[in-house]
Ligand binder design. Structure first.
Ligand SMILES: NC(=O)c1ccc[n+]([C@@H]2O[C@H](COP(=O)([O-])OP(=O)(O)OC[C@H]3O[C@@H](n4cnc5c(N)ncnc54)[C@H](O)[C@@H]3O)[C@@H](O)[C@H]2O)c1
Length: 249
């Protein structure tokens, strides 16, 4: 059986992606720092006839990432699919964007993805098969987001890292891509404190040519496509999934 790991899969885009990969026949490692939510997602996948388990994993811990992936490889040989999704978006206007706040967001959102790819890639290369999808954002990859310079920098950084990793691993038949979601209805965007909040999202939906926010599953389906052999000649790309928002600006 092919093994897939999704980081930040307890809620939101990661949870939706994990369920889609369960439907597609992977054994899914539902990894997160939220045990109850992650266990529930794994249970849902199993209840739907799939195969999954929760994996407690903080992507800011290099040793834990290495150990988790080594344990998976001991059972499955290598990961077939890796989705580096975990991310945070705390608001910090630039006058109060301290070094600590900057480092924390870069550590989770950018280095957290490196930690997973770096750990998983050698076995994928040895097996000459594997696919990685990183979750970027239109914020950083395409447009800016005020009060989120650190987030935007991390998400732009993902697009560069994905290109470099894709170059390095292409000869081993390992593909690396990213998705850049627009407005997706999850806890992150519904946070008043850190993002648009419900009222802000309702207003923002009117600026989207498709006139609505996206569903987490609409990102998950694109991720599943990028992971699949249907995307066998596609690597190093960041695919924008935003209902037409950024092409209309
Ligand atoms: N929702 C949107 O509109 C939107 C748009 C563009 C990009 N994104 C990106 O999509 C990804 C998923 O976002 P979401 O909207 O589902 O957010 P969310 O807040 O609903 O879910 C994020 C998940 O990441 C987990 N997480 C946070 N820190 C972690 C850590 N250190 N280690 C492991 N897991 C951790 C959380 O526990 C949570 O389960 C993020 O990278 C986010 O930046 C979201």
């Amino acid at each position: 059986m092919r093994a897939a790991l999704v980081s930040g899969a307890g809620i939101g885009i990661g949870a939706a992606t994990a369920k889609i990969l369960g439907r597609d026949g992977y054994h899914v490692f539902v990894s997160d720092i939220l045990p109850d939510e992650g266990e529930a997602v794994a249970a849902d996948i199993c209840a739907d006839g799939g195969s999954a388990e929760f994996l407690a994993l903080d992507v800011s811990d290099s040793d834990a990432c290495l150990a988790a992936i080594a344990a998976i490889e001991a059972r499955f040989g290598a990961l077939s699919a890796l989705v580096a999704n975990a991310g945070i978006a705390p608001r910090a206007a630039y006058p109060v964007l301290t070094d600590e706040k900057w480092d924390h967001v870069l550590d989770v959102n950018l280095k957290g993805q490196l930690r997973l790819i770096r750990a998983a890639a050698p076995a994928m290369s040895a097996r000459q098969q594997g696919s990685v999808v990183c979750v970027s954002s239109i914020a950083g990859a395409v447009v800016g987001w005020d009060d989120h310079w650190h987030y935007s920098a991390a998400k732009a950084g993902i697009t560069g890292m994905v290109k470099a990793a894709a170059c390095a691993l292409a000869k081993d038949n390992v593909r690396v891509n990213a998705v850049a979601p627009g407005f997706i209805r999850t806890a992150q965007i519904l946070s008043e404190e850190n993002s648009l909040g419900p009222v802000g999202l309702a207003a923002a939906e009117g600026t989207v040519p498709m006139d609505r926010a996206g569903h987490a599953s609409e990102i998950g389906e694109v991720i599943a496509f990028l992971l699949s052999d249907k995307a066998s000649y596609l690597t190093g790309q960041t695919i924008v999934v935003d209902g037409g928002l950024t092409i209309s600006l």
